[in-house]
Design a binder for this molecule. Structure first.
Ligand code: APR
Length: 237
């Protein structure tokens, strides 16, 4: 019988949900941060020091999105949103578009999106699916060398935080999927939910995360296996 006790579900996802689609995670063995110094490619200081290198890093990630597909975990979350009677909000740390392509609509990209670029001068945000370089003028204000990836780097403020905290305070089920619990504020969301005191909290991850002890329930295994099974338990197989 489906577990229909919960009305408002908030789901935090991290790189682990996209791992089986072929997108590298950050902190696993052979992860992105074992190949690149995050200070050089994922901070504003690194960008202003060497914009061409940072553009090249993000262009490589953006290009890799052309060859990957959503996996059963992304599709299960889209099914949950479509079939669950209450609210389902996915808050992703990922900058890929796999949740959208799987069908999720109620979605926040708190770390931005690879398929968007932003003008440092006028803040215009444009859809961007090709390589980005300093030579590209802003499509809105025509400023030169002002476009940057619309992604959140270390030391910058994640996006839509007010909306996220309001959803965390109102939810009665919080799922954390495929994240190591290393990076705040996302790593602190489970504590926000516990402070509100009304939600069941579940970690679904390949292995115990840094914050595993904060969750009432933990389910360890590959996302493309454990997430569809968990969604089945909520809305029926
Ligand atoms: N299924 C489920 N979980 C998986 C799988 C899988 N197939 N493969 C890996 N994982 C788990 C790992 O065990 C790890 O806990 O996914 C997690 C990935 O952790 P990170 O690489 O640290 O990625 P994430 O937690 O999303 O990083 C958060 O840090 O570098 C910044 O901005 C970047 O958004 C990113 C943030």
């Amino acid at each position: 019988m489906p577990d229909t006790r919960h009305r408002n579900i908030v789901i935090l996802t991290g790189a682990g949900i996209s791992a089986e689609s072929g997108i590298a995670t950050f902190r696993d063995k052979d992860g992105i941060w074992s190949k690149y110094d995050l200070e050089e490619v994922a901070t504003p200081e690194g960008f202003y020091r060497n914009p061409d290198f940072v553009h090249e890093f993000h262009n490589g990630l953006r290009e890799s999105l052309q060859t990957v597909e959503p996996n059963p975990a992304h599709r299960a979350l889209a099914r949950l949103e479509a079939e669950h009677a209450g609210e389902v909000l996915v808050v992703t740390q990922n900058v890929d578009d796999l949740h959208e392509r799987a069908g999720s609509r109620n979605l926040v990209h708190m770390h931005g999106e690879l398929y968007k670029a932003r003008c440092d001068r006028c803040m215009h945000v444009a859809e961007w699916r090709t390589a980005l370089t300093r030579a590209v003028p802003c499509p809105a204000c025509e400023a030169s060398a002002a476009m940057r990836p619309h992604v959140v780097w270390f030391g910058e403020m994640p996006m839509e935080m007010d909306r996220i905290y309001a959803a965390l305070a109102a939810c009665d089920l919080f799922l954390s999927i495929g994240t190591s619990g290393n990076v705040y504020p996302a790593a602190g969301f489970v504590e926000e939910v516990r402070r509100a005191g009304q939600a069941h909290t579940v970690e679904l991850n390949l292995e115990p995360s840094e914050g595993v002890s904060l969750f009432a329930e933990t389910i360890h295994g590959p996302a493309s296996t454990v997430v569809p099974a968990y969604v089945d338990s909520l809305v029926g197989a």
